[in-house]
Design a protein around this ligand. Structure first.
Ligand code: ATP
Ligand code: MG
Length: 584
């Protein structure tokens, strides 16, 4: 395919747009790929759409290859299906709700478990019709509290969502593994560096789930990956290997010390001349109201002074949907002391402590008395009562739970990631609620075992740029570049234009997509735009090169300003095809 610049809508911009902060947002706006229509709502201009379609095509090919079948479900949905599973209420403000002219409840689809489950329960009766895997590439709507990063987190976005239906757990596991392999191929083919990470699946009740995280420093998700084996996890889900045993100290008596006007752990540590690692940091959280605690339960979470409490792990440990940090007033009411002096000794309420905190000998902790701390606190001696649970965030340097416990083997390295995909075994969560059952071979009626698998197609456009750019612009991976070759003509003399046209035609014949910058612009302007737009190869033809029957070939990844290769016009199509890995 050949596209002439003068006939295209490619509105490149020199200035950094004021509303954008992350690199992908800035470059996709500046390169003329996308434009904002409203908060979290975007137009894809021609270049942007070509990238989106290329990603879709890779995803479609791999889903088809994996045996999934494409369907298309509506985006406009009657409320009754989400009401069947209570998600009409659970989804809260994220759901775009609509009334039709008759006053009926409708909404825009944020995801389609209910709709696909309804489709399948109507059509599938027998085990003979299973397994099934249905997918779609479709527009999703979520009224995100903080849409940001352009198409990275939109309120309208394109997702590939797939749903598997199996007769038993083993089958569901097989479907899940099949999708995991398909996703691996997809992310590899797209040219993205990624990690498959264990994710939190507490709230949905799923057992097995993994996120495909595209590594990028600007990513929102904190992940840890073992430096020796392939264990990787979101910090909120990461299991942590046992830390090596510290030196043994004789147990001291618990004693109260006066710590006036010192607040933070760092300050108290300095004041008492004790390492922060000897502290038992105690934070108060509130879990939502329940029958036993109509006003919510105040619990104490304790971790070692250099560790952080993780709210998702804490909520999971409590069996709560969420927890939030207690207010100052809550803390004072629960401990009788100002914030900064809470501790587990004598605390009237539930205490959870993480294993590293539980192991401390002679810990320093708050005394539940303003301006006072306790030293010499030992859980092993029963100085306080607590449930020992993993409630802290994994951090760089922690031992790997698979190969690194007790000081041997691998340790965590910390990364930032962008969640590009998410795969899940759902079990019977939806099929039981919605009575999506089948007749098993033994004649019994059973709920189908489901899995769901999402890829953020439009988010991947931004993720790819986040991972592949430099200060001059985008550096598209070959597989998703909107065109393969950026052909620049310098000057508009007929010989130059004719030579360019002939070269472009020869390239197109080989299946190479060419964007021809045929504008009457200065070389500097054209080269700047070429770097910004970021096609993998730039080919330049001008009066000077033509005089020698040559053109210049330069890779976008080559940062050397003189790093181009002179190729004869006759050899150029073959040489370029070879550079693109498209030679026959
Ligand atoms: P996040 O944690 O980033 O909000 P999620 O876990 O809510 O995402 P899923 O429900 O797992 O998202 O959706 C499947 C995929 O859709 C995600 O892995 C992500 O790539 C993409 N996605 C989710 N929300 C958005 C959004 N607002 N804009 C663009 N892509 C999104
Ligand atoms: Mg997710």
């Amino acid at each position: 395919m050949l596209q002439r610049f003068t006939q295209a809508l490619i509105p490149t911009v020199k200035e950094t747009p004021a509303e954008a902060t992350n690199a992908s947002h800035i470059l996709l706006l500046r390169g003329g790929y996308v434009r904002q229509v409203g908060a979290g709502i975007y137009n894809f201009l021609p270049l942007g759409l070509r990238v989106l379609r290329k990603i879709e095509n890779v995803v479609r090919q791999e889903m088809d290859r994996a045996g999934a079948q494409e369907v298309l479900m509506p985006a406009l949905l009657p409320g009754e299906y989400f009401k069947e599973t209570q998600r009409w209420d659970l989804y809260g403000d994220v759901l775009f709700r609509i009334r039709d002219r008759k006053g009926g409840d409708y909404h825009l689809g944020p995801t389609h478990e209910e709709i696909v489950t309804d489709m399948v329960r109507r059509e599938v009766r027998s085990y003979r019709q299973l397994p099934l895997n249905l997918y779609q590439i479709q527009t999703k709507f979520r009224d995100e509290p903080r849409p940001r990063g352009g198409v990275m987190r939109g309120r309208e976005f394109t997702m590939k969502d797939a749903y598997s239906f199996d007769v038993d757990e083993l089958g569901a596991q097989r479907s899940y593994e099949n999708m995991r392999e398909a996703y691996k191929r997809i992310f590899e083919r797209l040219g993205l560096t990624f990690r498959i990470v264990q994710a939190d699946s507490g709230a949905i009740g799923g057992k097995t789930s993994a996120e495909f995280q595209v590594l990028a420093d600007s990513g929102e998700d904190a992940i840890v990956a073992c430096d020796e084996c392939d264990y990787a996890a979101n910090v909120e889900a990461a299991e942590i290997g046992a830390l090596p045993k510290g030196p043994e100290f004789p147990k001291e008596e618990v004693r109260e010390v006066h710590t006036p006007n010192v607040g933070s752990i760092a300050d108290v540590a300095k004041f008492l001349k004790v390492n922060a690692k000897r502290f038992l940091k105690s934070l108060l959280y509130v879990a939502p109201a329940s029958d036993a605690h109509p006003h919510g339960e105040v619990v104490m979470a304790c971790v070692r002074g250099d560790h952080e409490v993780n709210e998702i792990k804490l909520a999971n440990a409590l069996g709560a949907r969420e927890v939030h940090l207690a207010t100052e007033a809550d803390v004072e009411r629960a401990t009788g002391a100002k914030v900064g002096f809470a501790g587990p000794v004598g605390f009237k309420g539930r205490v959870l402590v993480d294993p590293a905190g539980a192991e401390l000998t002679n810990a320093v902790t708050g005394a539940n008395k303003t301006d006072h701390h306790l030293m010499g606190v030992n859980l092993s001696r029963g100085d306080y009562a607590a449930d020992v649970k993993d409630i802290r965030s994994a951090a760089e340097g922690d031992p790997c739970p698979r190969c690194g416990a007790h000081g041997g083997g691998g340790h965590f390295k910390a990364y930032k990631g962008i969640e590009g995909g998410h795969i899940f075994i759902l079990g019977t969560h939806y099929s039981a609620k919605m009575r999506a059952t089948f007749l098993a071979q033994d004649g019994s009626e059973r709920p189908m075992i489901m899995g769901c698998y999402g890829i953020g197609i439009s988010r991947l456009v931004a993720s790819a740029v986040e991972q592949h750019h430099d200060q001059d612009g985008i550096r598209w991976p070959l597989a998703i570049a909107p065109y393969h070759v950026h052909l620049c003509t310098l000057g508009t003399e007929p010989e130059v234009m004719n030579a360019a046209k002939a070269l472009a035609d020869a390239l197109v014949e080989r299946g190479i997509d060419v964007l021809w910058d045929d504008r009457d612009e200065r070389p500097g302007v054209k080269f700047k735009d070429a770097d910004l737009i970021g096609l993998p190869w730039r080919v330049t033809i001008g009066a000077k090169t033509i005089a020698k029957e040559q053109c210049e070939l330069k890779a976008r990844s080559n940062r050397d300003p003189k790093g181009h290769e002179l190729v004869t016009l006759a050899n150029a199509p073959e040489r370029i095809a070879a550079a693109l890995g498209m030679a026959d």
